[in-house]
Design a protein around this ligand. Structure first.
Ligand code: SF4
Ligand code: SF4
Length: 131
């Protein structure tokens, strides 16, 4: 568990962050005695400071469908709890792209034909700050 938090914290250092928070994260990461509770505490603290740097509507995070692979099974349509998809002519369409939960890609994993794609998660770093 603590290793998982360490990996998460190292990754979060790539994001825009106040100097104070960055110092705290760096200190915890370099403290070999820091246990799971310490790591979890700083992760929770960071979560409380997490902000989108632009409105959701301007963030490129939603599924796209490769219709050359899609067989119209509609698993994605029934799976998505946010009603991002609708059905037109027996095929899914991305009806409400900005209802898609940021960084969720669970429907992609459910698609039996690998027909659903998302932007690169690494690009997401530009949309979040911890200040
Ligand atoms: S789950 Fe995949 S194959 Fe099925 S309708 Fe959705 S995109 Fe198409
Ligand atoms: S990524 Fe999540 S929220 Fe977005 S369409 Fe798929 S299941 Fe719905």
């Amino acid at each position: 568990m603590s290793e998982r938090y360490r990996i998460k914290l190292k990754r979060l250092l790539n994001y825009e962050m106040s100097d104070k928070l960055r110092d705290e994260v760096t200190r915890i990461l370099s403290d070999e005695k820091a246990g799971p509770d310490d790591l979890m505490a700083i992760c929770k603290k960071l979560s409380a400071h997490k902000k989108l740097v632009k409105p959701r509507a301007e963030i490129d995070w939603n599924p796209t469908i490769d219709y050359s692979k899609c067989n119209g099974c509609q698993i994605c349509v029934h799976f998505c709890p946010k009603n991002v998809y609708a059905v037109t002519d027996q095929k899914p369409v991305v009806k409400s792209p900005t209802s898609c939960v940021l960084l969720c890609s669970r429907c992609m994993q459910k698609c039996p034909n690998k027909a659903i794609r998302f932007p690169d998660k690494a690009d997401y770093v530009q949309y979040i700050s911890y200040r």
